[in-house]
Ligand binder design. Sequence first.
Ligand code: SF4
Ligand code: SF4
Length: 230
Amino acid sequence: MNERPAFQADFLNQSGINRQHVFSLDALPMDVLATLGTTDGYRQLILLGHGGRQLWERVKASNIGGDHPIDDYCRQTVSRWFSNDLPDRRYRLLYPGERPVGLQQLGTLAGWHHPSPFMVGIDGEWGSWFAYRAALLADTDFAPFLPVDRSSPCESCQEKPCIAACPAKALEGGNFSLQKCIGYRRSTGSKCQFTCLARVDCPVGEEHRYDDAQLRHSYGRSLDDLKKYR
Ligand code: SF4
Ligand code: SF4
């Protein structure tokens, strides 16, 4: 019997893309497959993410410029990973890209994502300080990963300090109001132009919390988008 090759994570980990999950395409739900376009010639979907601050440090050290430095850095890193470690394998990047890939659904299948009151995924190790960085089809034959087994930290969180921390009261009753959140973020003098105070107040994974520059980058971009589509 042919042994499956081991997943080579060192280069990705050193690059700050330190969360990885391999899915077999034939094990994905139909509604997920339907979002991927043609999968002919590919066997697996590889989901990549980052947890904590290391990726941002690597992006800054790379001196990559432009409006989308994290996405561009991740595209380059995936390309280098295949060139260095998987030169005989083909891949097609789904995300970042134009196609709406269900990243949270994939994150749920990988065991990374649990819903939080402020609508950012959370898990018991990283808190909410992780994000999806790439999803790609590949003709690899790694052993598919099992989902990580971590329950939702919100279920055992009695005080739920995130709810009281939201100045817009957008999380009242545990039901997120996108309208209140957006309205507040756009308002003059908003304290959430470059952060989410609810997210910052969650104690889970606080050692991985992004620094101010990364928060400013991420939330500044989302605020710009909100203003564009006003
Ligand atoms: S403060 Fe508690 S309820 Fe809020 S996101 Fe963190 S763990 Fe979940
Ligand atoms: S960004 Fe601000 S207004 Fe929106 S949920 Fe977070 S704390 Fe509330």
